[in-house]
Design a protein around this ligand. Structure first.
Ligand code: FAD
Length: 348
């Protein structure tokens, strides 16, 4: 029996573990991956952080300097793995938690390695396990390749094809930039893509998010527009794609047929492949027995604390449970507050 079980083994779970070292709680992390690194293990090969290493650290130990403008995916994985070893984080993996429920005042966890019990639970399972694809009429009829960004590795399989990239966020812009080097591409968007100025990176976004958070804490209205910012960070690959003129948005999709799509104008266009860069819900399916969730996997919380299930916390789910907490630098604050609350709860 544990005092606390953390579900997950990515950056959010590690940040919680860091603050738990200062307690004498009996705790363990259960992660379904075969190795360290969380979602970064699944990101595409060329993904980098948006901020330099010195702005991208978990509590306690700075990310080592990168040889690149922004740390690469491999460097982030390396950092998370070293962090885990450095602080001797007790992770059991691979252990998939399928269901969590309450019995006799304790949490019961059904897992691939049998049952676990604990007095409190932190869920830190991120979003990567819950890719979202919108319902576009006819999608199931498409005979070509369909892939969500969660499963995109690199552009190799698209060489020489005609590829539609859907989604106007960072994933869409970065994948479009890469695939357009080896394939003919088009970009389907719901809104006009908003590019950040070239000299703005994740640090500025974090500062804007902080300003928003503190304004809201004081009950003040926050006007993001006055910052005049978009959301697509001009990482080197996206800048390069701009210089080739491929970052042109073609508009909205109306429907899909066996070999192509119908644009909102009614015009038809053939494609060999569609890459859905349409975001994620929250990977909280394992908590369904604890209470109702909305279509994105959210349940009621105050900060990271569940308001309906005493003893349950949810960490690292970004805009939902803690501002900027889906980032390496932002999750530390959420983790610290959460561990403080967990300790208080278990002492009661
Ligand atoms: P994860 O890293 O997803 O870790 C959760 C872990 O829990 C995983 O190992 C998962 O497999 C495991 N798990 C899930 N469900 C279960 C279960 N039922 N049982 C057991 N284990 C389970 N972040 C930044 O900080 N800076 C950036 O610049 C940045 N850029 C990004 C750019 C793009 C294009 C994208 C898409 C993301 C970016 N991110 C960035 C976000 C970052 O990748 C994630 O937000 C981050 O990995 C979340 O960390 P986490 O620990 O909360 O979740």
């Amino acid at each position: 029996m544990h005092d606390l079980i953390i579900i997950g083994g990515g950056q959010s779970a590690l940040a919680c573990a860091y603050y738990l070292r200062r307690t004498d709680l009996r705790y363990v992390l259960l992660d379904n991956q075969p190795d360290c690194g969380g979602a970064w293990r699944h990101a595409w090969d060329s993904l980098t952080l948006f901020s330099p290493a010195e702005q991208s650290s978990l509590p306690g130990w700075w990310m080592p300097k990168s040889n690149h403008p922004f740390p690469t995916r491999a460097e982030v994985i390396d950092y998370l793995c070293q962090y885990e070893q450095r602080y001797e984080v007790p992770v059991n993996r691979p252990v998939e938690v399928s269901q969590v429920y309450q019995k006799n005042g304790l949490f019961q966890l059904d897992t691939s390695e049998g049952g676990f019990q604990s007095r409190a639970v932190i869920s830190a399972t991120g979003t990567w396990g819950n890719p979202f694809i919108p319902e576009v009429p006819g999608r199931a009829q498409f005979k070509g390749i369909q892939l969500h960004a969660a499963f995109y590795q690199n552009a190799k399989i698209f060489a020489g094809k005609k590829v539609l990239v859907v989604g106007e966020g960072n994933s869409g812009a970065q994948i479009l930039a890469e695939v357009s080097k080896v394939a003919k591409t088009a970009w389907a968007v719901r809104r006009t893509p908003q590019f950040l100025p070239d000299d703005v990176d994740g640090r500025v976004l974090f500062n804007v998010a902080s300003a928003k958070y503190y304004a809201e804490q004081k009950g003040a209205r926050f006007d993001a527009q006055k910052f005049g910012l978009g959301n697509i960070v001009m990482v080197p690959s996206v800048k390069e794609a701009r210089s080739r003129g491929v970052l042109k948005a073609a508009g909205q999709l109306q429907s899909i047929y066996e070999t192509g799509v119908v644009w909102e104008t009614g015009e038809r266009e053939g494609f060999d492949a569609i890459i859905w860069c349409t975001g994620f819900g929250y990977a909280t399916g394992h908590l369904k027995k604890l209470g109702p969730q909305d279509e994105r996997g959210r349940m009621p919380t105050d900060g990271t604390r569940s308001t309906e299930v005493p003893g349950l916390w949810l960490v690292g789910y970004g805009g939902w449970t803690g501002f900027a907490s889906a980032t390496v630098i932002g999750v530390g604050r959420s983790a610290r507050q959460t561990v403080k609350q967990v300790v208080g709860f278990l002492e009661e």
